[in-house]
Write a protein that binds this ligand. Structure first.
Ligand SMILES: Nc1ncnc2c1ncn2[C@@H]1O[C@H](COP(=O)(O)OP(=O)(O)O)[C@@H](O)[C@H]1O
Ligand SMILES: [Mg+2]
Length: 344
């Protein structure tokens, strides 16, 4: 079966700066991503703040045009569609945003917010009202919520409104960009449960951008680990958590105490030194090499600085590291580096 969504060598570069006498520089936010998303699965995207997750998500949803590369959704080449066809195709793919405060118009009543995608799709007024009531029920708010304004609702409730709006046009794919990170921990679990229930009920496919690896482990079928605009590891969730093969993934996992590997002494987190480098100025060779704990333990790591590793391996676990065998062998105990890899 062909994947629901597929990209090849997707790139998004933003020109920044530049003036009368200088050319703008390029921020290569997404720098060559090829991936497939299969119908019914949840593909998680993880990685530090600034690595390009939001840009990738917005580009998959075609809210952002790619600079180059292809996006195929439901057998249509989105990057080649004109505005009208694109609008139609985009109904089948919706986005849920991080900030449920910023993403709802404060002056619009909830019913109007949820109805918007239906009206755009040309659904008649009478059916719209019925459908909006149905959707508000579905997300656990109740139809009477429709008459109120966003300010009457808490963060979790607003995220439910965002989910109702995303569901309105019966999409196949929902791209969730850190949908939990603005919510209280106690509310997060409820939203996770809602998303899981809706996925089962409607056979939805999710691209789930998150920095919460515990939630990712619970929800995802596969995980893409991003670093500076590329995917460095793409694996089935069980394989990734049992035996991460990229030194960056290993470091991310070891920073989460609750994910400590069984049968291993409570390991010190494997730390990653320094801030992620800027996408304006990416390191030669492997982009992770300046911060890589493994490279420092190798006898001859010259390939790390001279050759960019490709994402290779079986479909169950592909990894972009010249020394992925060595990485997988390492016990997850800490090299003594000054700063931990923060995920946000
Ligand atoms: N519209 C834009 N113009 C210029 N740079 C941008 C724009 N959007 C994102 N970026 C840059 O692209 C990189 C990736 O950003 P983003 O996709 O938001 O990452 P993440 O969601 O992983 O935090 C960052 O360096 C960010 O500053
Ligand atoms: Mg983001």
């Amino acid at each position: 079966m062909s994947p629901l969504l597929s990209t090849t060598d997707l790139r998004v570069a933003f020109p920044v700066g530049g003036g009368l006498f200088s050319k703008p520089k390029l921020v290569r936010a997404v720098d060559g991503i090829s991936l497939d998303v299969h119908a019914g699965e949840t593909l998680a995207v993880v990685g530090e703040s600034g690595c390009g997750k939001t840009t990738l998500g917005r580009t998959l949803a075609m809210l952002q045009r790619p600079t180059s590369g292809s996006i195929t959704f439901d057998d249509a080449r989105l990057d080649q569609l004109g505005p009208r066809d694109l609008r139609a195709a985009r109904r089948s793919m919706q986005m849920i945003f991080q900030d449920p405060y910023a993403s709802l118009n404060p002056r619009q009543r909830i019913a109007a917010i949820v109805a918007e995608p239906l009206l755009i799709a040309g659904v008649g007024a009478a059916s719209v009202n019925i459908r909006v009531a149905e959707l508000l029920d579905l997300v656990g708010l109740g139809a009477e919520a429709g008459a109120r304004l966003p300010r009457a609702f808490s963060g979790g409730q607003r995220q439910r409104i965002g989910i109702a709006r995303a569901l309105a046009a019966s999409p196949k794919l929902i791209i969730c960009d850190e949908p939990l990170s603005a919510l209280d921990v106690s509310i997060q679990a409820q939203i996770v449960n809602l998303l899981v229930r809706l996925q089962r009920q409607f056979g939805l496919t999710y691209v789930f951008i998150s920095h919460d690896l515990a939630v990712v482990r619970q929800m995802a079928s596969r995980v893409a680990v991003m670093y500076l605009g590329v995917i460095v590891e793409l694996a089935d969730v069980d394989a990734l958590f049992a035996r991460p093969r990229h030194p960056y993934t290993t470091a991310l996992l070891s920073a989460v105490p609750t994910l400590a590997v069984r049968n291993q002494p409570a390991a010190k987190p494997l730390l990653v030194a320094g801030d992620p480098p800027s996408p304006l100025n990416r390191p030669a060779g492997c982009r992770f090499h300046p911060r890589c704990w493994l490279r420092k333990q190798l006898d001859n790591p010259s390939r790390c600085t001279s050759e960019e590793p490709k994402l290779v391996g079986p479909d169950t676990q592909r990894v972009a590291c010249h020394f992925s065998e060595e990485a997988a062998m390492q016990p997850r105990t800490g090299a003594n580096e000054p700063a931990a890899a923060g995920l946000s």
